[in-house]
Design a protein. Structure first.
Length: 422
């Protein structure tokens, strides 16, 4: 239950007790590498999406969907030092996904706007009732409407504007319908837009289309080693449903890849004209634009992904780990939260885990590996709503712990390296 205690009252106490945090006896139900443990910080919070942890250790998380009574942003505080949130307060009368902390401000998003709240030196929101509106009037369609955000170190904020389409067909998600050429959606969606992080009341037109050809990005993060934005794209759906003469249902379950891109200004990832085939390791021309499932794209305008993953796993969170708590192999590598699939039939649904990708000199090295599993609560997910928990957001705590949100039951997990700890 969310406490009715006022935000200011809740913010008046911080524990001075030593932080002796122990994992749950069952590691919160998660399967982790040797030496790691996990606990549930809180549970049953609603559809908790992205989250961030302040320098003081408080958790802020965004809640998706319709919210009532200023419960769009939750603040979780542990006053006893056991790692469990015993004070939960809320503010914000809008749902959404994005949340970040930068330069003394808490930034949050709805599906159409971006706000910020000034923080005091204790990491508390000074005026939860009066946020500053940074961006307004963002494009919102009937799909891929969430707005994820990231900030760089030069005063800019990046916002995903998802394409309100699967593959830019003349008739969306209709069998045999061909693609619109050029795709008009790319003028206002299907990419990353850049705005000023400290300028109030910016309109859509004041933003810069920083990257394009991205169907939908929910997970993104700024890589401080490279001083560069990285994003995770949700690949297109329904190859077999829309073009059964070219793709059988197994091929549709296994294509296209979910992809990570290293973004620079002007990057074009190729949607809707191409997709990345994880078996062929090539950019393939989409069937809506004359492809046959094998025809490789030779257009130099389209970027290759930094790394590719199996199809339809839904990458919703991306975090570059900069902490010192975990072993050295994790330093500067990427954690990705996969929300899990709904469309891999006849194969079992898959995902519902957090993976790790090692990086060296700002580039992926070696193979990705499952880091945290067991969120779904079942061995095989057979239905679209069969998972008990679905990972969504990732955050790093001031001590180097990794936090994971779940947007099914509203569980917040904390993963710690415990080997050698007393």
């Amino acid at each position: 239950m969310i406490s009715s205690t006022s935000l200011l009252a809740a913010d008046s106490t911080h524990t001075n007790k030593p932080q002796i945090v122990k994992p749950d006896a069952d590691n919160a139900g998660l399967k982790l590498p040797a030496g790691f443990g996990a606990l549930k910080v809180a549970d049953k919070l609603g559809h908790t999406r992205h989250l961030v942890v302040s320098a003081q250790g408080d958790i802020y998380t965004k809640v998706m969907g319709k919210v009532a009574g200023d419960k769009g942003i939750l603040k979780l505080r542990d006053t006893t030092g056991d790692g469990k949130a015993d004070q939960i307060t809320s503010f914000g009368n809008y749902g959404g996904t994005g949340i970040a902390i930068k330069n003394g401000y808490l930034y949050t998003s709805s599906d159409e706007e971006v706000f910020r709240y000034k923080l005091n030196d204790k990491g508390d929101v000074i005026d939860p009732k009066q946020p500053e509106k940074i961006i307004t009037g963002l494009k919102k369609g009937n799909q891929h409407e969430t707005k994820s955000i990231a900030l760089d170190n030069e005063g800019n904020i990046y916002v995903n504007i998802g394409a309100y389409s699967n593959s830019c067909q003349i008739e969306d998600r209709t069998k045999g319908s061909m693609g619109r050429m050029p795709c008009p959606i790319l003028d206002s969606a299907g990419g990353i837009w850049q705005f000023k992080a400290d300028q109030l009341n910016q309109t859509y037109g004041q933003g810069t289309r920083y990257a394009t050809g991205l169907r939908n990005v929910v997970g993104l993060d700024w890589n401080n080693q490279l001083n560069q934005l990285f994003v995770m794209q949700h690949g297109r759906d329904q190859l077999h449903d829309l073009f059964p003469d070219l793709y059988d249902d197994k091929a549709s379950a296994e294509k296209p890849a979910e992809t990570m891109y290293a973004i620079k200004k002007g990057t074009n990832a190729g949607w809707p004209y191409v997709y990345y085939d994880p078996a062929l390791n090539k950019k393939i021309v989409a069937p809506e634009y004359g492809g046959d499932g094998k025809k490789e794209s030779t257009d130099p305008a389209f970027s290759d992904p930094a790394i590719a993953f199996p199809a339809h796993l839904a990458p919703n969170g991306l975090l570059f780990y900069t902490g010192n708590q975990f072993p050295e192999k994790y330093k500067n590598g990427a954690f990705i939260a996969f929300h899990g699939s709904w469309n891999r039939a006849p194969l079992p649904q898959a995902g519902y885990f957090v993976v790790f990708v090692p990086f060296e000199n700002g580039k992926p090295t070696g193979k990705w590996e499952v880091f945290a599993d067991g969120f779904s609560g079942v061995e095989v997910v057979t239905g679209t709503r069969g998972a008990a928990h679905r990972p969504c957001g990732l955050a790093q705590g001031p001590d180097g712990s990794l936090y994971v949100s779940d947007d099914v039951k509203g569980t917040i997990y904390r993963i710690m390296y415990t080997k050698g700890a007393k």
